[in-house]
Design a protein around this ligand. Structure first.
Ligand code: GDP
Length: 517
């Protein structure tokens, strides 16, 4: 089940490149796809900013916005009108699927983005993990208001000061560390709520936050060229997207104040400057299931193609259970799925309501006829399967092609490299019990061997350490409580990267080096 030659050559000609795995799409004739996870401390303004992006890029209508303003004002929550766009919609409620991470689609000039709006509250870190595990890039939102940035960025706890990372402290650091561990390689940092900073649109406040965020991101391992920091106000719509047309008073005041000292990109321009993601179209298929629902005799799943290529009519196998099924429908998530989107299959002309300055298509992947009923690495998909019992499927299952040589391993034991969080209240020892989180699953596990550990600056690693303390890199053997679909991280990022948590705190991020028998 290789990617058919016809489709391959279509992709190559559209991308103007010979190697479709190349990350250089500077000559591409179509928008390529990126998954973007939105992270940040609770109340930093993530949902509001997502709503603003949807509105500014015409994915929701002014009329809908006015409706939200009215109904949110009626219940005394007018400041949440934009955030309501990321609330689960009627359709999702009716289908009864659990969407932990709100998924939205937006299109800019260069990209079709799938936006994963991860919950900021620390109780929802597992959902944040599943968002970051499927993201290529991140939008980190920090609030510039007095005290709010500091609270979100605080290292330790508010009281004792001895808690693990994650205990009563700001979520900004933990989210960044998790994203880094799960393979998110580039970030735009939105310094938000500058309209409410003291004084409003303060250059000094922006620079202060920019410099702490940049040094933190570098410390964690990001390269400066992969970080862009932009000043914005999601609520008033300043520096989100340049467009023609009338502005509100708040909006034009904000733009004027900002233009006095800021010459950099808008948020949308910064997002367009992301590097394209490397897609492993030609490797064997892996679809990671995130939602399951049954429909008559068939089963609908929603998931992400982590690798490879899939199309209607193919036979597949679902792991870890090993049951076979046939694919009767494949639908890729794109901007076209949102009702008011200007983009739809086979129709690339802009509707009248879209202003001329909006970033209008060229073409997206969804517009290529050959790609109907197919999905490729990186896509969010809905797949209908026949011939399988829905009870045998659950979030976290992996769909692949049935030939034994094309399947990932289903095992219980791995050798992995882990980066341990700086602040650990209880050190890790042999036999420590943890919860191993990957994509959308968590499995109880035990650290069965501590093979080596190395502190930053140490010349050589220590062999067989008795304990592992905060801030070290270690090689360990982990035994899971049940057979799980596992893969070496260089084979498949999504199935080879994980997070270890204990008592509700993140203690390490890791990479699988070997899947053991
Ligand atoms: P989330 O928890 O990060 O998703 O934050 P929300 O989007 O729900 O916003 C939290 C609160 O901050 C709401 O009351 C918003 O109206 C407010 N807020 C969000 N963005 C801005 C902004 O740019 N300026 C101001 N002044 N308030 C904002």
């Amino acid at each position: 089940p290789q990617i058919p030659q016809g489709i391959l050559s279509t992709l190559r000609s559209l991308y103007s490149i010979n190697d479709i795995n190349s990350t250089d799409n500077s000559n591409a004739k179509i928008r390529s796809h990126l998954s973007l996870v939105i992270i940040g401390h609770v109340d930093a303004g993530k949902s509001t900013l997502t709503g603003r992006l949807l509105l500014s890029l015409n994915h929701v209508s002014q009329r809908q916005y006015q409706k939200h303003i009215k109904s949110s004002t009626d219940i005394g929550k007018s400041s949440f009108a934009l955030a309501w766009f990321t609330d689960e919609d009627e359709d999702e409620r009716q289908r009864g699927v659990t969407i932990d991470v709100a998924t939205k689609y937006i299109s800019t000039k260069k990209y079709d983005f799938t936006i994963l709006d991860a919950p900021g509250h620390r109780d929802f870190v597992p959902n944040m993990i599943s968002g970051a595990a499927s993201a290529d890039c991140g939008l980190l939102v920090v609030a510039a208001t007095t005290g709010e940035f500091e609270a979100g960025f605080a290292k330790g706890g508010t009281g004792g000061g001895d808690e693990d990372v994650g205990t009563c402290c700001g979520q900004t650091r933990e989210h960044v560390l998790l994203s880094r561990g799960l393979g998110v390689t580039q970030f735009v940092v939105a310094v938000n709520k500058l309209d409410a900073a003291d004084p409003a649109w303060s250059e000094r406040r922006f620079e202060e936050i920019k410099s702490s965020m940049t040094s933190f991101l570098k410390e964690v391992g990001y390269r400066e060229k992969n970080i862009t920091v932009v000043p914005v106000s999601g609520l008033t719509g300043v520096n989100i997207h340049r467009k023609e047309g009338k502005m509100s008073e708040d909006e034009s005041e904000g733009w004027l104040a900002l233009q006095k000292w800021y010459k950099g990109p808008t948020l949308v321009e910064a997002m367009d400057n992301f590097n394209p993601a490397k897609r492993e179209f030609e490797k064997s298929l892996r679809v990671i299931v995130t939602d399951v629902s049954s429909e008559g005799k068939n089963v609908n799943i929603r998931g992400r193609v982590a690798r490879g290529f899939v199309r209607m009519g193919e036979d597949v196998v679902v792991l870890p259970v090993g049951d076979e099924a046939n694919i009767v429908r494949v639908e890729r998530g794109t901007a076209a799925r949102e009702g008011v989107s200007p983009y739809s299959f086979g129709n690339t002309s802009a509707p009248a309501s879209v202003s001329t300055s909006s970033p209008l298509p060229e073409k997206g992947m969804a517009d290529i006829p050959e790609l109907q009923n197919c999905a490729l690495a990186g896509d969010i998909v809905e797949i209908t399967l026949s011939g399988i019992d829905p009870a045998r499927l659950s979030p976290g299952c992996v769909i692949c092609h049935p030939h034994p040589s094309l399947r990932p391993k289903v095992k219980r034991k791995v050798e992995a490299r882990v980066l341990v969080m700086d602040r650990l209240s209880v050190p890790i020892i042999r036999g420590s019990q943890v919860l191993l989180h990957m994509h959308s699953i968590d499995v109880p596990a035990v650290l069965t061997k501590l093979l080596s550990s190395q502190r930053r600056g140490d010349a050589t690693p220590r062999q067989n350490p008795r304990v592992i303390t905060g801030g070290v890199t270690a090689t360990v053997e982990i035994t899971l409580s049940e057979k799980t679909v596992l893969e070496e991280s260089n084979e498949c990022k999504s199935l080879g990267r994980f997070v270890l948590r204990r008592g509700g705190d993140t203690i390490a991020v890791g990479l699988i080096d070997k899947v053991l028998d």
